[in-house]
Write a protein of this length. Structure first.
Lengths: 233, 233
């Protein structure tokens, strides 16, 4: 049995709490990080608050025993003041109302002391399947990469949606293309999957496309076209 | 029975040919567009060549009977010289070695004469499920939107992959995030799905991210961050 206390009230805290409640051999409780009094003892304390608040929360529970971890992709392990510290970073985009299947979520794990690693590994395996040992430097790079494949890809979808709405074409026509693009990046790599006017250097089509875009969209179209062409030189 | 001749030798020509060969009530033959002699008569002739070559191929088969269509997302219907003309545009990214499931491919259809529409609709339904009536103006916009959701999203994956490779982190850790991002764009819309430092205006994280990127990546990161922030104003 592993006992866990989750400090926090956001999406990650809530989704982790729900998952641990259903897991075998885990005793979990969740506590609002603004009410840090009479917290029960636990093997692991998960600080699942916004990046800016991790240090403050850690300092306000200084005399706490057990392993103290945070859940952030962007923050160094050493932000935690305790000696026994670690990172328990589920790499997925969590939304309030969308259920999470932790079996498909990669857990990026790090501990300051080697002896603590198996503890958070067991914790991850109690709700998920995939664990990776990722140190703080690697995790920061992974977090930047995640911004590109998640936030920025999604913004490309947003612009596609805007163009469709403006021209009264159903955006759903593009759903199979979105799916296929995501699949090919995994099956044959994004480099091999690249197609389109930028790659072919199809100047006439690029010119036609630019005429159909607003200023902001044009700027993005041109920069990404240049970047694609540089990447295949 | 509908008889079809496909002119062309690229990915679209090949994948359509393979699909029609398996379809019921379709008689299909494929002919290299550089050997346009003794072409058998057909109800429909599909010009499946590169955008630049459509007009030339159409002019070189001027006396041909039946319905003449092209398969391009970017080219106007009127590029075809024949009176009975149309567009048969399967909106998907075709790769040479990746099999295509046409049941999931949206067919964007247009004919000059209303009477011809049911013919290409039947043709599309013989290998696929989803058909949309899309005129040339709409199709051009859809084609630009497709560049964003396909080529540019894929380039975001490419940059994510580059960052991972450079820092010796397995890119596969990001696969579930890529999948989830593609799914959420469809289930809750890209606008509602947006998360991340740009949306939160998390200045410290944005600054940290920029320090980890090369010049080209920084330029893209900054432009897309600005664009995300403008889009939620």
């Amino acid at each position: 049995m592993i006992s866990v206390v989750i400090l926090g009230n956001g999406n990650v805290a809530t989704h982790l709490h729900n998952a641990f409640l259903k897991a075998k051999n885990i005793a979990v409780s969740k506590i609002n990080s603004r009410e840090l009094e009479n917290i029960p003892n636990s093997d692991v304390t998960i600080i699942a608050v916004s990046d800016d608040a991790i240090e403050t929360v850690s300092k306000s529970i200084l005399d706490r025993k057990g392993l103290i971890v945070h859940t952030s992709g962007a923050v160094d392990i050493n932000i935690i003041t305790h000696k026994r510290k670690g990172v328990f970073y589920p790499l997925q985009s969590f939304s309030k109302d969308t259920p999470v299947n932790f079996n498909t979520v990669p857990f990026c794990l790090e501990t300051k002391h080697k002896e603590d690693y198996s503890l958070i590994e067991s914790l991850a395996k109690s709700i998920g399947e995939k664990t990776y040992t990722i140190n703080s430097e690697q995790r920061k790079k992974l977090h930047v990469a995640a911004v590109f494949v998640n936030n920025f890809s999604n913004h490309m979808y947003k612009i596609g949606n805007d163009i469709c709405e403006k021209n009264k074409v159903p955006f759903e026509i593009l759903y199979p293309l979105i799916e296929e693009t995501a699949k090919k990046a995994q099956s044959i790599s994004p480099e091999k999957a690249q197609t389109g006017p930028a790659k072919r250097n199809d100047i006439q089509t690029i010119k036609n496309h630019l005429e159909n875009l607003n200023l902001q969209q044009q700027e993005i179209y041109q920069l990404l076209t240049t970047s694609i062409q540089k990447s295949i030189e």
